[in-house]
Every structure is written in C-alpha cells, then in structure tokens.
Design a protein around this ligand. Structure first.
Ligand code: MBD
Ligand code: FE
Length: 284
C-alpha cells in the first residue's frame, strides 16, 4: 500500500527534523537563566521522584539498562522534541496559562515552523494541485477579553494533510504546504480555506512509538489545526482546534484536547466543511 510505505518512510525522518527545527528556534524562544537555587530544587525533586518509582515498583537492573538504552535512542533519533511535547508539554502549558481569562490554549507540539507565507484576512493556505481531502473553511474573529475586536492580529496556522503528515517533517511534501501567517482585518475577522487534516499517528519505527507499542497504548492524536494568535499588547495564544465527532478526541496520546477547543463544523451543499471560532486574547 503506497500510503503505508510513505508513512514508514516519514517516521525515521520526522524526529530528527523536529530536533533540527527546535535547534534553529533557539534564538526565538525564551530560555531560563541558570538560577542555581531553582535548579537545585527542581532537579533534586525530579530525581527523588524517580528514586521513589524505582523503590515502589522494584525496578530491576535489567529494566534500568533497558531504559538507559532507550534514552540513548531517543537522543540519537532526534525524538526528544516529539517525546517531550507528546508526554510532558501539556502540563507545562497548563501551568503557564493558569492565570489566563481568554481562549483556552494547548500545546504547540514539535511541528511548528516560523517564517511561513504572509496571507490576507481572506486566504487559502498553500497547497498542492489536487491536494487530497475535504475542503474546510475556517472563519472567525479575534477580540480582547471584554469583547473589543482587535486590529493587527496575526494567525500563524499549520496542520497535517489528509494523510496525517506535516510539511517540513515528511518527505515529498512541498515546503510550506498547509502553513501560513494570516493577518486578520481591522475588526479581527479572518476566513481561511484549507483541507481537513487527518488524525496524526506517532511514527512506529522510532523509540517513542516503540515505547507506546511496548506499553500497549495507542499512538493517535485526533485531527487538529494548530494556531498561534498574536496582537501587539496581548499575550500570544498557542492553541489547537479539533473536530466534533472525530476519532481519538477522548484519548489523545498527547492529552491536549479541551472541550472548548472542539469545533462543530457544518457541511455545505458542495461538501465543504464550515467551522467558526472566535478567539479571545488576554492583555500582557
Ligand atoms: C503532533 O501533530 C502534535 O500536534 C503533537 C503535540 C505531537 C506530535 C504530533
Ligand atoms: Fe499536530
């Protein structure tokens, strides 16, 4: 099956591409300064909780060596961004946004790429001729907490294609496919045409997928759109939107679904899906 071959070819590549993307993003990201007291506190507590798990579950030498081997493979395959964003980021996001009153955020994940094509308020995302899938029109308005419509809003959007693959992280997909930076109009309105993404499955041939299989878990995320919504003077919102009735909504491997983030899309007479979502931003 050609789809299968493509998915297998993708897997080995996506982890290292995500590590590459993360390294290149270093200058753009906030990084914590080395505060010795903070490192002492958090690192000591983290280690002591690992010690507790070993005691409670009588972890053996054989298991300890297997874990060591697996950790080496996560690094060598470049899957640390994938593994961490799937299993850890959701709690970092929860803590980071606990004081927000605007739209719910959720994790960024490993597949954001900066510098995508700028697009007007009404726009179609870059896609291949005959891009597979069902057409989707995603529209809405961006306002501040309190309801004032916001001018100068940027919506940086990226998502998987109808095979569940991301441009830049799977071979054979043109750079920038299904990615773009939309500037909303003066009243914060936008209307984005694209193709409905498919659910995403963690690659099975890397260490993250191998852990998931070995533990008997499933490796799926429900279909989703990724967005970063920003406006001068407001906190940048990083979020994802999901589709009502879609598979895996109740069991996302990355635990990043929230009920407020599920779109109820209507299907038009020509089969096009129409979904609306209004974003609310918190002031900085
Ligand atoms: C994804 O597409 C994603 O959004 C996350 C969080 C992790 C892996 C793949
Ligand atoms: Fe994703």
């Amino acid at each position: 099956m050609p789809t299968n071959t493509q998915a297998v070819a993708t897997a080995a590549h996506s982890g290292s591409a995500a590590t590459e993307a993360f390294r290149e993003s270093a200058g753009r990201r906030e990084t914590a300064a080395a505060d010795s007291a903070r490192i002492d506190l958090v690192a000591r507590d983290l280690l002591s909780r690992i010690h507790d798990v070993i005691r409670e579950h009588h972890v053996t030498y054989a298991e300890y060596q297997a874990v060591k081997q697996w950790l080496i493979e996560v690094g060598q395959s470049g899957e640390w961004p994938l593994f961490l964003d799937v299993f850890v980021e959701h709690v970092v996001e929860e803590v980071a946004t606990s004081d927000c009153h605007g739209s719910r955020g959720t994790i960024e994940g490993p597949y954001y790429l900066p510098g995508q094509v700028p697009l007007p308020a009404t726009a179609t995302l870059p896609m291949r001729d005959g891009e597979k899938g069902e057409p989707l029109v995603f529209a809405g308005q961006v306002r501040a907490v309190g309801g004032t419509p916001l001018p100068g809003v940027q919506l940086d959007i990226w998502h998987a294609d109808a095979d569940g693959l991301y441009s830049g992280f799977a071979p054979g997909i043109p750079a920038g496919n299904l990615r773009g930076v939309v500037t909303a109009d003066e009243a914060g309105h936008f209307e984005i045409r694209t193709m409905l993404p498919a659910p995403y499955e963690i690659p099975k041939d890397g260490p993250t997928g191998q852990l998931i299989a070995a533990a008997g878990w499933h490796a799926w995320r429900p279909a989703h759109l990724h967005l970063m919504v920003s406006a001068p003077g407001y906190r940048k919102l990083t979020t994802q939107l999901y589709f009502d009735g879609g598979q895996w909504l109740d069991s996302d491997v990355a635990q990043a679904v929230k009920p407020e983030l599920i779109l109820r899309a209507q299907t038009g007479p020509d089969g096009t899906r129409h979904a609306r979502y209004d974003f609310v931003l918190d002031p900085t």
